[in-house]
Write a protein that binds this ligand. Sequence first.
Ligand code: FE2
Length: 448
Amino acid sequence: MNYNAAPEVLGKSVGQVTPGYMSGFGNSFETEALPGALPMGRNSPQRCAYGLYAEQLSGSPFTAPRGSNERSWLYRIRPSVRHSGRFAKADAGLWRTAPCHEHELPIAQLRWDPAPIPHADMTFLQGVQTMTTAGDANTQAGMAAHVYLITKSMVDQHFYNADGEMMFVPQQGSLKFVTEFGRIEAEPGEIVVIPRGVKFRVEIQGAPARGYICENYGGAFTLPERGPIGANCLANARDFLTPVAAYEDKDTPTELFVKWGGQLWMTKLPHSPIDVVAWHGNYAPYKYDLRTFSPVGAIGFDHPDPSIFTVLTSPSETAGTANIDFVIFPERWAVAENTFRPPWYHMNIMSEFMGLIYGVYDAKPQGFTPGGISLHNMMLPHGPDRQAFDHASNSELKPVKLTGTMAFMFETRYPQRVTEFAAKSATLQDDYADCWKGLEKRFDPNKP
Ligand code: FE2
C-alpha cells in the first residue's frame, strides 16, 4: 500500500489499518507531509517543491542485486551535508563494538537478572549497556547485544548509527522514535528496526523504559524463506509498519551523535535534522508486533528446530548460515504426542543470546525472569533445567496452551564475546549452571 497524503488525511483513508503507518515489508513506499512535496515521475527535479533539497540514502551498494538493493530518496529542508560540522569524540559510556576482547570469562553458560532501572536521568544515548559483541563491525559482519535503560527523553539531541542497523526489543515501558522518515511508537511485544544511517531520537512515554537491542553489523534484516511452509504464516509482510512522513522545521541548537567505527562522535547543528518533508523508497525504519507472528509447529510428534520461529534473518555470505536470526517463542499450543515437549538438550555452532519480554519460558520456569538474559555460546551444551525436565517427562500430554509468554533469541554464527561490564555486573548469576545439577543418572540396564 502506498499513500500520498498528509498523516491527518491518512487516518481517515479507506483501508488504513494503523493511522500514521504504511503496511508491508521492503515495499517501495512513498509518503509526503505536504501536498506535492514528493516529485512525481523523477527523483531529482531541477527544483524541488517548497524549496526542498533532494537526497538519496543508500543502505546497499548501488550495484546490489534487486532483491537486496535498498535506497530511499528524501526531500528535506536542508541536505544532510549541512549537518556534519566538525565532529568531536563523545563518551560512548558502556556501548562496545566488535571486535571487543576486553574481558576473558571462563567459558560457561551464563545468565543475568534484569538490569535495575536507575533513578538518575538517563537518555537512550547514556543508557546502552553492551552485553556481548560478535564478529567485526569493520568487516560488516556480526552483531552486538545490548540492554537499554531510559528514564529521560532525548531533547535537541539526535543520533545515527553507521556501524549497523538497530533492532529495539522493548521489555518495559513504551518508546517513541522520532525519525527522519516519520514517527514510530512501540510498546513491549513490538520491535522497531532503524536502518544504518537513519537519524532519530528516542523519547519515553511517561514511565522509564528497559529493553534489548540487537545491533546488526551485517546484511539487513529480511524475512526468512518459508520453504515448504508456503506463502503464509510466520511473520507476514503486511504486519510490518513503516511511518508516514513527518517533519520538524525547528531552528534550535541540536547535538547530532554518530556511532562510527566503534566510537561515538558528536557535532552541533543550529536546527533539527528531522526535516524530511517527503520521501520514497524501500530503505526506511519499521515496526512489527510480535503477537501477529503465526507460529508453525509439530502437530504429530517431535519438534521442528527453533528456526521455525524465525521472525527476521540477517544473511551472511554462506547460504543458510545466518549472521543473525531473530527468533521468538510466542504464545502457542503444544500438542505433540509421545514427545518431550520443551526444547531438547543440545550443543550447536550458533551462539544464542536470549531475553524474556514477558511471561515464563517453558525450558526455564525459574531464574529466567522478564528483562533477564541467558547466553548459550557456540558449542556449549544447554537445555531444560531439572524442574522443566521432570514436569515435561511426567505430565499428561493433552493439548496445552503456552499463554502470556514472549521470549526471543538473537542467534548468530559468530561466537559472542562478553563485555567487561557484563562479566562484572552484579546481575550475573553465579549459580546458573546449578539448574542442571539435579539431572542425575537415571540409567538402569534392567529397566528397558
Ligand atoms: Fe539452544
